[in-house]
Design a protein around this ligand. Structure first.
Ligand code: GRF
Length: 202
């Protein structure tokens, strides 16, 4: 059984592209079955269209409450029978109604080594703090902000002349590889979560 992935995006979609490319290999063990977004006109949706994938868009402002938006998002992921939902640069927090249905099988990717530098500006905050090593984290989404159990991490060295853009580009190279490797292993081997400890395989 190949795992069915629904990927949610808000921007460039290079992590989505890495997953699409990985899924082209039948040994990968998963397929991207749909791509969702919270906004129109983004490169991530164009990548999905080029790959012939169905897409859906739920804009928060089109719903009378955040809870209704959350329900609509969960309904779309459920309609594609998602085994795993992957937030790949998705710039919205999913809420309780979404997590009721996809808790424990919703992944996020973050451009810092959590629990350091959670939030929207993980790269900028790491750079301002002056750390010499940062990186990326794949985590299981919980109700907190970048607070869920860590599945995998990869370090990236900060260089003296780095600015936010340069550092983020290097992190994204590591992030794409980490996400592809982690999702593939989870799809093929399964996983378990005990408290904060995530284990891939049996
Ligand atoms: C990634 O670094 C992700 O962690 C962050 O935004 C970036 C998204 O990149 N939240 P892309 O849209 O996958 O190219």
């Amino acid at each position: 059984m190949r795992a069915r992935l629904v990927v949610l995006v808000s921007g460039e979609g290079t992590n989505l592209q890495a997953l699409i490319d990985a899924c082209a290999d039948k040994r990968y063990g998963a397929d991207v079955v749909a791509v969702g977004a919270d906004r129109d006109g983004i490169a991530g949706l164009a990548r999905a269209a080029r790959a012939g994938l169905p897409t859906f868009i739920h804009r928060v402002k089109e719903y009378s409450s955040r809870a209704d938006w959350d329900t609509a998002l969960a309904n779309s992921c459920a309609a594609y029978q998602a085994d795993l939902v992957i937030l790949a640069g998705f710039m919205k927090l999913v809420g309780p109604r979404f997590l009721d249905r996809f808790g424990g099988r919703c992944l996020n990717t973050h451009p810092a080594l959590l629990p350091s530098f959670p939030g929207m500006h993980g790269v900028r905050d790491a750079l301002s703090y002056g750390v010499k090593v940062t990186g990326c984290t794949v985590l299981i989404v919980d109700p907190g902000i970048d607070a869920g159990p860590v599945v995998a991490q990869c370090p990236v060295l900060v260089q003296d002349d780095d600015d936010e853009a340069a550092l983020h580009e290097r992190i994204k190279v590591a992030e794409r590889a980490l996400l592809v490797e982690t999702v593939g292993r989870m799809a093929r081997e399964g996983w378990s979560v005990h408290g904060r400890k995530v284990r891939i395989g049996s």
